[in-house]
Ligand binder design. Structure first.
Ligand SMILES: Nc1ncnc2c1ncn2[C@@H]1O[C@H](COP(=O)(O)OP(=O)(O)OP(=O)(O)O)[C@@H](O)[C@H]1O
Length: 345
């Protein structure tokens, strides 16, 4: 489903690769945590899967496609199979909850009838029934993240990428968000999540891939967080003496979600009830949105040859549709009212 073969990523102006000859295979239906100190390469890994960045060396296959052979024009079509959730939510601040979720479907040309069914159903699934007409600033952080998750799954992606999705949330809300991601995964969606949250990783006991200085140092089928929060920050610094220069990046965030909070996490999603037509419908949407598929077994061995590197090439200013990969950079927006986006708050 996701395969890295000898992937090296070195950003321009740096003297050390952010990812150094990574070999990795993630199978359909897996839930994988990417852990490691700040700067170890987690976000780079996710950006490569999204084809937001190109590897300097090596090849990446996602959903059976060699990303190197997908033209820029076809990237938006490729990304329609992927949902993405970020730490800072990235909602459109002047659009309602409904419109934020509908936006994804509008951009890819879904019919109004389809949107009118899919959006309320997905909002119900993430527990935001009744808040469709709110603006993002009228929601709590956890609710905003649920809107972002609804937006990510409304198009039924096969893969959900999450980059520190609980990073801006309190422990209880974080635990609730994890119950939602867990439920989405249980429906068959492959989830790849970068996190610094030891409590979450320790409690969920899923596959854990640990990065250190751009290399995989641990790949456990059912792992805990390990000692990564104690590992010093890694920087792909520039300049000849960069290795000895102190980093300006912050150290890895202190984990804040205790295992007890995870154990008492309240589900945020709608559980189906036999006699309730509304929740039955929600469950159907959940199943459809997450496309149940059998879970394959992950591989047990890896090899890591060393390769050098080149450049990265994405434009700095992108519209939301472009950032979500729904439209090629520079392609004409239609009537969906695109705008530049940053953190929601
Ligand atoms: N666009 C870029 N240009 C130059 N260097 C970059 C760029 N993006 C990331 N890096 C460097 O690549 C390395 C890996 O960064 P990355 O963001 O992948 O780490 P991370 O593990 O996600 O960190 P964090 O936990 O802080 O989010 C870091 O040293 C970072 O400074």
């Amino acid at each position: 489903m996701i395969r890295f073969d000898h992937v090296t990523k070195q950003y321009p102006g740096t003297n050390r690769p952010a990812l150094n000859s990574i070999d990795l295979e993630i199978l359909r239906g897996e839930f994988v945590f990417l852990v490691g100190a700040s700067g170890s390469g987690k976000s780079s890994c996710l950006r490569l899967v999204l084809k937001e960045e190109k590897p300097s060396k090596g090849s990446i296959h996602v959903l059976g496609q060699d990303l190197g052979s997908i033209s820029n024009r076809k990237v938006p079509y490729f990304r329609r199979n992927l949902g993405v959730v970020f730490q800072d939510f990235r909602l459109l601040p002047n659009k309602t909850v409904y419109d934020n979720v509908a936006f994804t479907l509008q951009v890819i040309g879904k019919s109004r009838g389809f949107i009118q069914e899919a959006v309320p159903d997905t909002l119900k699934m993430v527990g935001l029934d009744g808040k469709a007409q709110r603006l993002p600033h009228e929601l709590s952080g956890g609710e905003q993240q649920r809107v972002a998750i609804a937006r990510a799954i409304v198009n039924k992606p096969q893969i959900l990428l999450a980059d520190e999705p609980t990073g801006n949330l309190d422990p209880t809300t974080s635990a609730g968000i994890m119950t939602l991601l867990d439920r989405i995964n249980a429906g068959g969606t492959t989830v790849l999540m970068a996190t610094h949250e030891a409590g979450i990783v320790d409690q969920m006991q899923r596959r854990v891939i640990e990065l250190s200085a751009g290399q995989i140092v641990r790949d456990e089928r059912r792992g805990g967080y390990g000692a990564t929060s104690a590992v010093p920050t890694i920087t792909a610094s520039s300049g000849p003496s960069a290795d000895s220069v102190p980093t300006s990046r912050p150290a890895a965030a202190a984990p804040k979600v205790p295992v007890e909070v995870m154990q008492h996490a309240q589900p945020l999603y709608i559980e189906p009830e036999v006699s309730d037509e509304v929740t039955d419908a929600a469950a159907a949407v959940t199943a459809a949105a997450t496309q149940a598929t059998p879970v394959e077994q992950p591989p047990t061995t890896m090899t890591r040859p060393v390769l050098p590197a080149t450049k990265h090439d994405m434009p700095e200013q992108l519209t939301l549709a472009e950032k979500l990969g729904l439209r090629a950079p520079g392609e004409n927006p239609h009537e969906t009212g695109e705008q530049e986006v940053g953190p929601t708050k």
